[in-house]
Design a binder for this molecule. Sequence first.
Ligand code: R5P
Length: 294
Amino acid sequence: MSAIILAFTDSMAAAGRLGTSLDLPVHQVAVRHFPDNEALVRIPTSAHTVILYRSLNDPDHKLIELLLAASAARDGGAQRVILIAPYLAYMRQDKAFHPGEAVSQKVIGGLLSSHFDALLTVDPHLHRVATLSQAIPGIPAISLSAAPLLTALIDAKDNPIIIGPDSESRQWTEAIAQPLGFETLIATKQRLGDRQVSLTIPEVERAKGRRVIIVDDMISSGRTLAEAAKLLRQAGATSIEAIATHCLARPDDLAFMAAHGIARIASSDSIDGPTSKAALAPLIAHALRDDGLV
Ligand code: R5P
């Protein structure tokens, strides 16, 4: 059975690493935009199994292009089309918080499961649903944890203290701190707006004179990390770093975090950028082989 990886310009580098790990050819999907911005997608070739690789940050146009590429792959003879979206969008809105709001997770999850035969992602941002299969129903939906890769990024000097900036980060904080025997502190967070959060860190005084590493699943505006850094600096932390699976932060958000004393940010390569330090390819390749998808 032949298999190929198809990737878009924005994910060619990471897809190339996956191709090397799986010893599979990687081809680029061509996208042309008409004057009204409608996309024309062209795939160079198809195969029995087509793996489409694309992270879904900045998701709206990427989703449409993915669906078009999946359709072209099937038209070209693909029997199985697998989506690898290391960062999966639209998982946060899993209920209508206010009257009239769309439940995005249900809509996008249903859309993806009707166009793909399997989906793989890394540390999806799930809140009130326990498993990825609830969000992506009806097809194999594989959720991987980047914690082992992120742990390997940590320089263990000075016995750092690991900080989780909200209660949901406890799972990543503990997965990273426990194997290394590091102490943890978990903050409580209240989100006041897209770019405004309020944090308290119980027992923050334990950070005095310590090197601290903040661990989260994702960095978006960077306000969560900046607020945590402010409290840790006030408590006397000597240096502040951050590690996250997904870093969606834009250059001005990275500058904002640096201005708040975060000396180093490291993330996986789910989104290519200056913080990407850990390649997900070996993890994804292992899972695809384990699940018999390639
Ligand atoms: C929230 O639940 C997540 O774990 C992150 O803490 C959050 O998405 C970070 O967002 P921002 O960087 O915009 O504060």
